[in-house]
Each structure stands twice: as structure tokens, then as C-alpha cells.
Ligand binder design. Structure first.
Ligand SMILES: *Cc1c(COP(=O)(O)O)cnc(C)c1O
Length: 375
């Protein structure tokens, strides 16, 4: 447990919510299994605790972006299968084998490197998945190349062809027909496989929520596991309304002062106060993930169960909040930046839409300086 009193700003991560969301998504995906995507420190929530909670809730796989993230999980004795979402560089294949991570492969060079690493370790055959690019054009082999990669894997006794997968580009846009096109391209490759792998998978969170026909054998959920909708357009879709946001960003007022009408607050002195106001300082800033832009667009925080506007620019380590004529706001009062307080709520999407980004970036932006407190 981290010492919260030291800094007075922290992220509370509700592991019961992670378990609940995993169980809801696993139920929704069944009979397909659930892979919990815990890359980027589990979208800012902390990968080890989230991985354990997701597995308890019903996930059977984990996925990470890079080998180092897999090493952290293995270092904490998490022995569930871990999928690497991109092909590891040749130099890291020995680590992949030693950690028993499941690499995604899409080049013959990658197949060669993985097989060599298994052989030189004298290890048992390694499960590998093949990624097909069906239209997102980030990573993955085209249809013909992917079939060649599958054949190269089948030819190597050091490797097991354990899965074939693809990734959707616009599944979070209801009504965009390109997801169906990606499904058609993917199904065509699946039909032409010389051997069927144990796991065929395609859906991210948005796929699970909006494209029930694309669940195959496994779904890979990130954002929904954290209780956040993939897009505002999907926020109203079942079962998003049953998901519970797991993270809240909280702090305590560190200082208050009463500022006269006509004075302005923070760098740039952008907005003179129309009337005298109590201004509360809160020790959290853009280095902790509060977007600088929020000070320009007009963000709110919650103190005493009420919405209070930022009084000026977000600074690196602190924000100032306009509490109006509320002389009841005092140092030590709890501030909610993201999350609920009383009947009020500020969501990651509220910040995101105000500053022109997505909730994913808001969550991943919560900095390493913010301690996680698990409940
Ligand atoms: C990050 C990622 C996911 C999870 O996406 P969400 O939208 O957060 O569910 C799934 N698959 C791949 C390949 C990813 O990179």
C-alpha cells in the first residue's frame, strides 16, 4: 500500500469493478474467452493488480504491447498466457521464450528468430499467433503473406501455430461498414488456413459491444475492462451501461485563499474573477495527467459534492479551483478530478471531449508520480 498522505493526490483503482467488468465481458463474449488487455500499465490503472483482478473475474488471457510489460507480469508470478500484440524484435526473442510469452508474428524473419530462440534454449515448442492486416494497416501480414507465415510456422517443430487474429480500425463507429469488410477479409484467410489454430480472434472492446458476429474464439478487451466506453457513440450501448469505471483521480486541497474581484489566477492571468472568490489550490497538474488544455477549455472538479471550475491555467504540479463564495472549502478537503463525489460525476470522456482527445489518452496520461491505491 502506498503512502497517500505524502503527496495528497492519488488514483483509486476499484479492483471489484475490474472483476465485475471482466465477468460481464466474459459473459457477453461466451463461449469465446476473454483476453484482458493490460498494456501501458493497464491504461494507467497498474498492470499487476489489474491483471490479477481480470483473471479472477473470468479473463483467461492477458495481452501487452511490449516484452518488458510481459516481464513485469511474469516477475509477479502471473502465469496466465500473455499475448504480445506486435512482433517482438529479433533481439528480444530469447526473453520471449524464457518468459513463455506468446508472440504475435507476421514476418518470416520473425518466425525464424522465434524458432531459433526456442532451439537454442532447448525449450518445448512455443505457442505463437499470426496477425493478419485486414485494413487497419498498422502491423500484420496481408492475406497471402499471412498464409505463408502460417506455413513457415507449421514447418518449424519449435513453434505451435496457436492463433490467428486481426484488429478493427473503426469498430467504435456504429454503422461504419468497414468493420464488416474487415470481417469478410479475415474470414477469407481463416477459410484458407492449412490448419485451424486453437484461437481465432478479432474483437477489441468496441467489437465485443457492437459486432457480436465477430467474437470467434476470443475477444481482446482493454477500455471496457476499465469501465469506460470505447467512444461516446458506444456509451449508450448494452452492456456498457453495466460496466463500472474502475479509476478515480483524487486529491486534497493543499491551500486556500480569498482572491479579490478583478484579480486573475495562474500563469497567463487569463480570466479575471468577476467577483471575489475563494480559490483552492490542489497539488496535481499536467505532469500527473491533468491536461493543460483543460484550463483553457474550462474543466470542472468536484469539492464538497459540487462542480467547481478551474480558476486558470493548469500548471505542472498544481491546479487552482474557483470555489466562488463558498468559504467552507478548506485545506484537506477531498477533490475529485475524475470519478464520483456525492451525486456528481466527472468522467474521462468529459475531459477528453473538452480537450479534443479520447478517454484512452486521458487514462494512459495519469502519470507515474500519482500513486495507485487499490480498493
Ligand atoms: C489495445 C488493443 C486492444 C484493446 O483495445 P480496446 O479498444 O481498449 O478494447 C485490442 N487489440 C489490440 C491489437 C490492441 O492493440
Amino acid at each position: 500500500m502506498v503512502e497517500v498522505a505524502a503527496r495528497r493526490a492519488w488514483a483509486e483503482v476499484d479492483l471489484a469493478a475490474i472483476r465485475h467488468n471482466a465477468s460481464l465481458l466474459a459473459g457477453r463474449a461466451a463461449p469465446a474467452s476473454l483476453c484482458a488487455v493490460v498494456k501501458a500499465a493497464a491504461y494507467g490503472h497498474g498492470s499487476v493488480a489489474v491483471a490479477r483482478a481480470a483473471l479472477e473475474g473470468g479473463a483467461s488471457w492477458l495481452a501487452v504491447a511490449i516484452v518488458e510489460e510481459g516481464a513485469v507480469l511474469r516477475g509477479h508470478h502471473i502465469d496466465a498466457p500473455i499475448l504480445l500484440l506486435s512482433e517482438p524484435v529479433v533481439e528480444s526473442m530469447d526473453d520471449v521464450v524464457a518468459l513463455r510469452l506468446t508472440p504475435t508474428l507476421y514476418t518470416e524473419r520473425g518466425v525464424e528468430a522465434a524458432a531459433k530462440a526456442v532451439a537454442s534454449a532447448g525449450a518445448s515448442p512455443l505457442d505463437v499467433h499470426v496477425k493478419v492486416d485486414t485494413g487497419m494497416h498498422r502491423v500484420g501480414a496481408g492475406a497471402e503473406e499471412a498464409l505463408a507465415v502460417v506455413q513457415a510456422i507449421a514447418d518449424r517443430p519449435e513453434l505451435n501455430f496457436g492463433g490467428l487474429w486481426t484488429h478493427f480500425a473503426v469498430a467504435d463507429e456504429p454503422g461504419n461498414p468497414f468493420t464488416d469488410e474487415q470481417c469478410r477479409r479475415f474470414d477469407d484467410v481463416v477459410r484458407r488456413l492449412p490448419v485451424r489454430p486453437r484461437l481465432v480472434h478479432a474483437s477489441n472492446s468496441a467489437g465485443v459491444l457492437a459486432h457480436p458476429g465477430a467474437r470467434h474464439d476470443m475477444v481482446r478487451c482493454g477500455i471496457a475492462l476499465y469501465g469506460v466506453a470505447p467512444s461516446p457513440a458506444l456509451a449508450a450501448v448494452q452492456p456498457v451501461d453495466g460496466l463500472r469505471p474502475a479509476l478515480s483521480l483524487r486529491a486534497r486541497v493543499s491551500y486556500v485563499r480569498d482572491v479579490a474581484a478583478g484579480e486573475a489566477v495562474s500563469y497567463g492571468l487569463r480570466r479575471p474573477l468577476g467577483r471575489a472568490a475563494r480559490v483552492a489550490t490542489v497539488p496535481v497538474g499536467y505532469a500527473d495527467g491533468v491536461p493543460w488544455r483543460l484550463g483553457v477549455e474550462g474543466g470542472d472538479v468536484l469539492i464538497g459534492g459540487r462542480r467547481r471550475p478551474l480558476a486558470g491555467s493548469v500548471t505542472m504540479d498544481q491546479i487552482m479551483v474557483d470555489c466562488g463564495d463558498d468559504a467552507g472549502v478548506l485545506p484537506g478537503d477531498e477533490v475529485v478530478l475524475i470519478g464520483r463525489q456525492g451525486a456528481e460525476q466527472v468522467t474521462a470522456w468529459e475531459w477528453a471531449t473538452k480537450v479534443g482527445t479520447i478517454a484512452y489518452e486521458v487514462l494512459c496520461g495519469i502519470g507515474p508520480r500519482v500513486p495507485k491505491v487499490y480498493g
